[in-house]
Design a protein around this ligand. Structure first.
Ligand code: ZN
Ligand code: ZN
Length: 616
């Protein structure tokens, strides 16, 4: 029941305390009756509350009563109802609006803004279109706020076509209008249009920059995203928000831009974003992909216990797995289960990876079955790829082949690639040929498979077959994908192409390489010329081999950093056998840890051994 207290004024009417609420229309009527009895007006400040409680009543007479109450006692009924429309949940707000329309209340721009927001949230597109008509009829079509609300309505309900039509007709557009259309365009991948609009914006806000940057990251163009960010940074008062930070970290992860990633991390700390769970999860992913699994683990460990989500756990589990840290992967998984988390598909990708890496065939099989039968997770092609890898590595090549044949989904290049890897390791020509047959169909322009098969033949001394492969490559017109490797020194990214001589310090690089190769040879290094499938003289082959992009990048890293600094290189293709041997020796000779991310995995070379245990 209402507590009707007497305020300090001289009024004798018991008035509602401003903090009290009417809980039924009856209470409104009671107060109204008291007012009438004492010949006092209904207190105007209570009108919105009264209108609100009566407007949700199903009884039409209650609404009519409250409407006349408002009309009688308020100097501005539209204002009263606007505040009610704004405060009600979407559905109630819409039905009140329709009732108000029926009784002929005069609407203003705010009425439409509030109710269009409700229409948008409740996904009433048809109603929205009718209201659009009403807006035009009532002469509000040039109002930028209403137009923005309509844009929002169309955009969030998947009608970008209607949004665009309206946008083009708008006479006045503000930054909100642009943002409202640019963000969904970027989200659905219509980046060209989004970029065009972005470029023509007279004033851009952080939201505008963020929308377009996130769009590029999503469409797998992280380079453009970073380029835009570097422009944004130069503008005054453009402080990245949570969404910008997440997008930028994802771009850094894709490109392996550790220095920029660290800078964004620093920014997040200064602006107190570092406890934000989405940002922490992206940081874990970024550091992992940039080869710094230890820093990723630090971010993970420093997250408050209660803030970690399954995404955080899975990211860290995959991080350890990707870096060949099998024990840590399994340990973290058990910790996660003990804390009551339910693993998801990503968690199992990490786990299976780890089992495969450690040769734990039985445990891997068990996890695969637990995933399906206990957690009811439908295996994706990634899980199948891990299983094939597990079996192939362990030498169970025929079982792996049968496993692929029984897969309920189409095997992809990762699956067949895993089988090929096993065939290569265990020198099984038959299985190798089976894998290649499929791989060249799925990925005809990739020369890597031919090279691998040719290596398998060469190792077994089947020179005729080596020649046949070379001929096949010529016939099929397989072009060699040019390898590139990137290394970032003091925040500047240096990109080396295979055989590159464009780098300004190329002479110093060659000089250092010559020194290194002499030491390597004294330790037993013999250049593996079988890696070069081109028809060339031996010496020429050696030159090609010595200028593989990862060799250039690593040597450049050694001459341009302090002794002991970790060298991190990203490569677009698989590391070849010769580079792999060379990196192991270089890590030993130079006392450096060398981390190379190739197309599929990380190789961490340290003291003459690689974390992949020579299987990749
Ligand atoms: Zn190589
Ligand atoms: Zn390796």
């Amino acid at each position: 029941m209402l507590s009707l207290t007497t305020p300090s004024s001289s009024l004798s009417l018991p008035l509602k305390n401003p903090n009290d609420h009417f809980s039924t229309p009856l209470e409104v009527q009671q107060l109204h009756a008291q007012c009438l009895k004492q010949s006092l007006p209904f207190p105007p400040r209570l009108l919105p509350q009264a209108a609100s409680i009566c407007s949700v009543s199903l009884c039409p007479s209650v609404f009519s009563y409250s409407f006349s109450l408002v009309e009688h006692y308020s100097t501005n009924p539209t204002f009263v109802y606007n505040s009610v429309l704004r405060s009600l949940p979407p559905r109630s707000s819409i039905s009140l609006f329709l009732r108000l329309h029926d009784v002929g209340l005069e609407f203003d721009q705010f009425t439409f803004c509030f109710v269009l927001k409700s229409v948008s949230e409740s996904k009433e597109l048809m109603l929205g279109r009718t209201m659009h008509g009403l807006v035009e009829k009532l002469g509000f079509k040039f109002d930028v706020y209403i137009s923005n609300a309509l844009l929002q309505l169309y955009a969030t309900n998947g009608r970008l076509d209607l949004a665009r039509q309206l946008f083009d007709k708008m006479v006045v557009r503000d930054v909100v209008s642009y943002n409202t259309i640019i963000a969904p365009l970027s989200k659905v991948g219509k980046l060209e249009t989004a970029r065009q609009l972005f470029d023509e914006m007279p004033h851009k806000s952080v939201r505008s920059w963020t929308a377009i940057i996130a769009g590029y990251v999503q469409c797998k163009n992280p380079k453009e995203a970073i380029k835009l960010y570097l422009k944004m940074e130069k503008r005054p008062n453009m402080n990245p928000n949570e969404v910008t930070i997440v997008a930028l970290l994802a771009a850094c992860a894709d490109l392996g831009f550790l220095d920029l990633g660290k800078r964004i991390h620093q920014y997040a700390i200064i602006h107190k974003y570092d406890k934000n769970v989405r940002i922490c999860n992206t940081l874990i992913d970024m550091y992992t992909k940039c080869g710094c699994v230890e820093i990723a683990r630090k971010v993970f460990d420093e997250m408050p216990d209660e803030s970690r989500t399954i995404v955080s756990w899975s990211a860290m589990i995959c991080g350890h797995a990707m870096h060949g840290q099998g024990e840590k992967t399994l340990h973290l998984f058990h910790k996660m289960i003990n804390q009551g988390f339910k693993p998801n598909g990503v968690t199992f990708v990490g786990l299976l990876h780890a089992c495969s890496h450690m040769g734990l065939v039985a445990i891997g099989r068990e996890y695969f079955s637990i995933m399906k039968n206990v957690y009811k997770i439908v295996p994706t092609v990634e899980h199948y790829g891990c299983m094939v890898d597990l079996l192939s590595r362990a030498g169970l090549l025929y079982e792996a082949f049968e496993f692929i044949k029984k897969m309920p989904i189409e095997p992809n290049i990762v699956v067949w690639g895993a089988l090929l890897g096993g065939a290569k390791l265990h020198k099984n020509i038959e299985i190798g040929e089976e894998a290649i047959k499929r791989l060249v169909k799925l990925d005809p322009q990739n020369d890597g498979y031919y090279v691998t098969l040719s290596n398998i033949y060469a190792e077994s001394g089947f020179w005729d077959d080596v020649a046949r492969i070379r001929q096949l490559m010529k016939n099929e017109g397989v072009k060699k994908t040019r390898g590139w490797s990137r290394i970032s020194i003091n925040g500047i990214v240096h990109e080396f192409l295979a055989g590159d001589d464009k780098h300004p310090e190329i002479n110093e690089i060659h000089e250092k390489w010559e020194k290194l190769v002499r030491e390597m040879k004294s330790k037993g290094y013999v250049p593996d010329l079988s890696v070069v499938v081109l028809d060339l003289e031996e010496r020429e082959k050696e030159r090609v081999l010595y200028t593989h992009s990862e060799k250039l990048a690593v040597v450049y890293g050694i001459i341009s950093t302090e002794p002991g600094t970790i060298i991190r290189v990203m490569k677009n293709l698989r590391v070849c056998d010769d580079c792999h041997v060379a990196m192991k020796l270089i890590s030993d000779i130079s006392g450096r840890e060398i981390i190379v991310k190739d197309r599929n995995r990380f190789h961490c070379f340290k003291d003459g051994v690689c974390s992949c245990r020579d299987y990749w």
